[in-house]
Design a protein around this ligand. Structure first.
Ligand SMILES: *[C@@H]1O[C@H](CO)[C@@H](O)[C@H](O)[C@H]1NC(C)=O
Ligand SMILES: *[C@@H]1O[C@H](CO)[C@@H](O)[C@H](O)[C@H]1NC(C)=O
Ligand SMILES: *[C@@H]1O[C@H](CO)[C@@H](O)[C@H](O)[C@H]1NC(C)=O
Ligand SMILES: *[C@@H]1O[C@H](CO)[C@@H](O)[C@H](O)[C@H]1NC(C)=O
Ligand SMILES: *[C@@H]1O[C@H](CO)[C@@H](O)[C@H](O)[C@H]1NC(C)=O
Ligand SMILES: *[C@@H]1O[C@H](CO)[C@@H](O)[C@H](O)[C@H]1NC(C)=O
Ligand SMILES: *[C@@H]1O[C@H](CO)[C@@H](O)[C@H](O)[C@H]1NC(C)=O
Length: 759
């Protein structure tokens, strides 16, 4: 149905009909964005591919504009691998008939990422109609539609007595196949007629962890088939749909409503006031970045809400507004969250990074059971998880569930970055110590000493490259496992006054001696033991050793660039960008940077596809967005998170830009701004936490950071920001791949083993 689309075809106009609505408006594959405001994406025609429509959401409830579906945080239907976001009919999908059937009034559609609202504006002969659609940032159970009608002064005296009629239609779509709703019940609320419908999901995810289906209730205001406005004046008509697992809450939320819109916009502005990433001199890039933060924040829970937020079920690869289908990853959580989306969120919005980790804490018990079932210790997190935390990988792909165990290491790696930048003791006390040490226990139980090499092997795994399964010593897996083990040693020390860890040194010993395949002759990392050079791979894998995991090796980059499938997912090229920047090859970095977004960002609403044009894959692909943000923050921004310092290395401008600013960077409670310009970069300090005094080093000088201080990053760098040590705990050495030497040396140990064996 989509047809082939070259970039040049973006602006081409294709006349077609849009689904069942028999629209006659002009529609294009990817419509043009005609706004020159970096925060607003405007168009005269909607994209033909409905999956390129934008979404609205607030972390509790979300929908794709004009779709027949609303999703609720944590609401899934289907047993085990069939679990997917459960469809609630879109009782919030109100259309202006003039945009469905009438040609003469060319509507303008726009997504305002700053205000968190989608608008439809129709300039008619006698009236101006503006429809605002938004998922309320404070009344989070609600999706609101406001239709504002203003009549225009009209010259024809014969028409003066006519009211203005605006035909509208509620299009909730068919009944849900996921939820059995009772027949909607009408009732009166103040003077309004409202409807309610409660239902239950058809199938629970797991009979042990979720014996009962989940209840959900929706309320919505009755929608007439037309709105009437007197000739002189204007009016705003407000319609809302609210959803919650608790019927009382859903109803209460419908009762609220003073200055609804203003309150909503204020909440969005508060979010953007905390932090931002801005680009100067490149409207296209500015828009892409603003789009990404808008989509991310739309799937993250509001901080201040009318009713307390519910448990948060994480960021899945297509966000909260999607995930009903197989191709949109069913709303499950993967490593995508921790490795791809988490790091940039952590630096700008650490409170949300904590929410993401909380989802893993909430499902820790189930992870401990999974480890037991597979004969291991500690926490083994499932490759895919949804409501209960059990393994919900789709029936298609049992291999990924069995072998892609690196997910547990990815979670520990996220925890490592969280601790490095927040030193949140409270988090350690309330689950952090336990999470980190149990993941280490899992890896310790997976690693097997190899008498020939004196190294620990981890077998029967799969790295991020899903083209190779059941392999031994996946370099990516072993490095995240090694980091997990070292982190546990460190955390055991941090937690020692209130949490007992058995033998932290043994974790470090295993990490030190984990095998790390390396080809000395060709000076590169084979992706796993026995990898044959030249074999094609699906996506960035060994390259991730450079970033985010370790130091970059030129040969890994150049070699794997050549064997990575061109059809691979979006985030691969972002990591190649970071690698080349680290090595100082700006030209190649810029080419990779271009490759990381050009073919994935779909107009006009900057929705990301998983695959390059003309293919789509998953949409809206948060994972690709996460990779792209990392190319900016850690690549061009040059930021590196270490356990005992923050590094800023060779900050430079992204291509075709004249300024790049990251405002509201949070490091150990301090609020920093990194401003990169053509000629110089500046670090300015808005606040420092008294508990964590910060010192800046540029290789020669030291400066104590304090509110109001502004420093030009002069000289070669690297520039580091450091605080006092955290407790008396030494940060781990983080070296892996060395033969086992402790406690008495591997050779002696091996002899003992052999003696034992011969007895
Ligand atoms: C108003 O209506 C009268 C009577 O039907 C008609 O003669 C006149 O032309 C109309 N005026 C306009 C401006 O259409
Ligand atoms: C508005 O459009 C809907 C759907 O196309 C249609 O059923 C309805 O009759 C229209 N209403 C008016 C007043 O034209
Ligand atoms: C539903 O919400 C109401 C109002 O917040 C609360 O009083 C009630 O305890 C909740 N019911 C359940 C089952 O949680
Ligand atoms: C951080 O500082 C910037 C000014 O540089 C300010 O705009 C922002 O609101 C501050 N953020 C927080 C969370 O205080
Ligand atoms: C130990 O490592 C060697 C060299 O990598 C390998 O050939 C051998 O199969 C490994 N032994 C076991 C028991 O896995
Ligand atoms: C995976 O490899 C092991 C050997 O390490 C083998 O015993 C097992 O059958 C393999 N599994 C599959 C599904 O091929
Ligand atoms: C970026 O990619 C696009 C499309 O792939 C291409 O047309 C453009 O020339 C590239 N720009 C740079 C600077 O490489």
């Amino acid at each position: 149905m989509l047809g082939l689309l070259a970039v040049a075809a973006i602006a081409a106009v294709v006349l077609t009909t849009r689904g069942a609505t028999h629209s006659t408006e002009e529609i294009v594959e990817e419509a043009e964005d005609v706004s020159d405001d970096p925060h607003i994406f405007s168009t005269h025609s909607l994209p033909t591919e409905a999956r390129f429509m934008p979404s609205i959401g607030n972390g509790h409830i979300a929908t794709n504009i004009f779709s027949d579906t609303v999703y609720l945080n944590g609401l899934y239907n289907g047993r085990k691998g069939e679990s997917h976001r459960a469809r609630i009919p879109a009782w919030a999908n109100i259309r202006l008939n003039s945009t469905l059937t009438h040609r003469p009034f060319a509507p303008i559609y726009s997504l305002n990422t700053r205000d968190g609202v989608f608008k439809v504006t129709v300039d008619r002969e006698r009236s101006m109609v503006t429809q605002r659609i938004y998922a309320h940032r404070f009344y989070t159970r609600a999706i609101v539609n406001q239709i504002e009608v203003y009549s225009k002064p009209y010259a024809d005296p014969n028409l003066t007595h006519h009211d203005i009629w605006i035909a509208i239609t509620l299009m909730p779509g068919p009944t849900s196949e996921d939820i059995v709703f009772e027949t909607p019940i009408p009732e009166k609320l103040d003077e309004r007629m409202i409807w309610s419908a409660c239902g239950k999901t058809k199938e629970s995810e797991d009979l042990v962890y979720q014996p009962l289906p989940v209840e959900v209730c929706a309320y919505w205001t009755s929608v007439p088939d037309h709105l009437v406005v007197p000739q002189h004046g204007g009016r705003v008509f407000t319609f809302a749909m609210t959803v919650d697992n608790n019927k009382t809450k859903a109803r209460q939320e419908l009762e609220e409503g003073e200055a609804l819109y203003q309150k909503h916009v204020r909440e969005w502005h508060k979010l953007y006031d905390q932090s931002s990433m801005t680009i100067e001199g490149n409207l296209k890039l500015s828009k892409i970045i603003n789009g990404i933060w808008y989509y991310f924040l739309s799937s993250l829970p509001s901080e201040s809400t009318n009713q307390p937020p519910e448990r948060f079920f994480g960021l899945s690869p297509t966000g909260l507004a999607r995930g009903g289908t197989f191709e949109d990853y069913e709303g499950h959580n993967f490593w995508d969250t921790e490795i791809w989306m988490f790091p940039s969120i952590l630096l700008l919005y650490p409170q949300y990074a904590q929410k993401l980790l909380q989802y893993r804490l909430d499902t820790a018990y189930v992870a401990s059971q999974l480890a037991k079932t597979t004969g291991h210790k500690g926490y083994r997190y499932p490759w895919e998880s949804a409501y209960t935390g059990i393994e919900v990988t789709q029936p298609c792909c049992p291999d990924v569930a069995e072998y892609e165990q690196h997910i547990s290491g990815c979670i520990a790696f996220a925890a490592r970055q969280y601790l490095a930048t927040t030193r949140n003791e409270d988090w350690l006390k309330h689950g952090g110590c336990s999470l980190v040490t149990h993941i280490a226990d899992f890896w310790a139980s997976r690693a097997v000493i190899n008498y020939t090499t004196g190294l620990y092997d981890i077998g029967n795994v799969m790295g991020p490259d899903e083209d190779h399964r059941n392999i031994t010593n996946s370099v990516f897996t072993n490095v995240v496992a090694g980091y997990s083990l070292y982190l546990a040693q460190y955390v055991a020390c941090l937690c020692k006054s209130y949490f007992l860890a058995k033998d932290p040194e043994s974790w470090a010993d295993i990490a030190w001696s984990l095998a790390l395949p390396y080809d000395e002759e060709l000076d590169y990392h084979p992706q796993f033991s026995g990898y044959s050079r030249g074999e094609q791979i699906k996506q960035a894998d060994a390259v991730l050793l450079g970033f985010p995991l370790q130091s970059t090796r030129a040969n890994d980059l150049s070699y794997y660039e050549g064997v990575t499938r061109g059809s691979g997912p979006a985030m691969t090229w972002s990591m190649h960008t970071v690698g080349h920047l680290q090595l100082g090859d700006t030209g190649q970095a810029n080419a990779m940077f271009n490759k990381s977004y050009e073919d994935y960002v779909r107009e006009p609403f900057k929705v990301w596809s998983e695959l390059r044009r003309p293919k789509i894959g998953a949409a809206n692909f948060f994972t690709g967005m996460g990779g792209f943000l990392q190319a900016l923050v850690f690549g061009y921004g040059g930021i590196r998170i270490h356990l005992d310092h923050l590094l800023i290395d060779k900050p430079q401008l992204p291509p075709d830009t004249s300024g790049f600013t990251i405002r509201g960077l949070k490091y150990l409670g301090a609020n920093l701004t990194l401003d990169i310009q053509e000629t110089q970069s500046t670090l300015s300090v808005a606040a420092v936490d008294d508990n964590w005094p910060l010192t800046y080093h540029d290789g020669r000088n030291q400066i104590r950071l304090a509110a109001g201080v502004s420093i030009t990053l002069a000289g070669e760098g690297p520039f580091t920001i450091k605080s006092v040590p955290w407790k008396d705990c030494k940060v781990p050495v983080d070296v892996i791949g060395k033969p086992y030497l402790r406690p008495t040396g591997f050779v002696m140990w091996k002899q003992q083993q052999q003696e034992k064996g011969s007895k």
